[in-house]
Design a binder for this molecule. Structure first.
Ligand SMILES: [Zn+2]
Length: 254
């Protein structure tokens, strides 16, 4: 069935008379995820979440449109990991400038970037775009902090961990290797503690931190955990989509 709120699926026949309030752009990455998850993990996750949440919002009468997912992200710290692809932050700005130009010209003034990859940092980019396009309201969200992960998963992690493995077991079990192939996701920390405490930051040289490219133990992952987390993310996302559709851009504060 053609979903009218997915730009890649819908058609001119439908869109010529439509008035969209909110565009949503999923943005992922193409990179190794431990031994057992596909390189497109971040894209599968981000796109499924956005599509599913947008479906709920659409059913509630909200005029949302999901733009095609951008499948490459910032992977500057993984340059020595085979076929990890990289888009520089400056390239992301250039891409967004072009896409926002289209939306701005056509009167779609609300854009939400849905980030599916920890290496993407849209804050400075959104600031810069905001100056260039004063009529636009551009914002972004990143799904792992949307919920308290400890209520869903036993082990902490931030890459190809229990959460990501659970999500992929739920969304695309056909693309997850059998459990005997899963690495431990054991990762080293900085010797300089300030970086571990979070108030100082440096990029991690990924291949020196993890031998299987994972950070976080996937051992206790399950499809059921993935489903629960996925549904709760979508429920919250739908609320954000609806609030954005309803929002008066001249009256955002109170
Ligand atoms: Zn990932």
């Amino acid at each position: 069935m053609i979903r009218p709120y997915i730009l890649a699926e819908t058609n001119w026949n439908h869109l010529k008379d439509e008035q969209i309030d909110l565009a949503i752009l999923p943005w992922g990455a193409t990179e190794a995820h431990n031994y057992h998850l596909p390189y497109g993990t971040d894209n599968y996750q981000a796109q499924s979440m956005v599509e599913s949440a947008a479906g709920i919002s659409w059913e509630r009468g909200k005029k949302v449109i999901v733009l095609p997912t951008i499948p490459y992200g910032v992977n500057t710290g993984q340059s020595d990991i085979y076929l990890d692809m990289n888009l520089n932050p400056s390239t992301q700005l250039a891409i967004l400038k072009d896409l926002v130009t289209v939306l701005n010209r056509q009167g779609i003034y609300k854009l939400l970037l849905f980030n599916g990859h920890g290496g993407n940092n849209f804050k400075p980019i959104v600031r810069e775009l905001g100056l260039l396009f004063p009529d636009m309201f551009i914002s972004f969200c990143f799904f792992p902090p949307m919920l308290d992960k400890s209520k869903y998963f036993k082990e902490e992690g931030d890459h190809a961990d229990e959460m990501e493995t659970s999500l992929m077991l739920y969304l695309r079990p056909d693309l997850v290797l059998s459990k005997d192939k899963w690495g431990s996701g054991r990762a080293k920390k900085f010797k300089i503690n300030a970086y571990n405490e979070g108030w100082a930051w440096a990029e991690r040289r990924w291949s020196k931190v993890s031998s299987d490219t994972g950070i976080g133990n996937p051992e206790f992952a399950s499809s059921e955990k993935g489903e629960r987390f996925f549904n709760d993310v979508c429920e919250k996302l739908d609320e954000l989509f609806c609030s954005l559709c309803n929002a008066d851009l001249e009256d955002l504060y109170g």
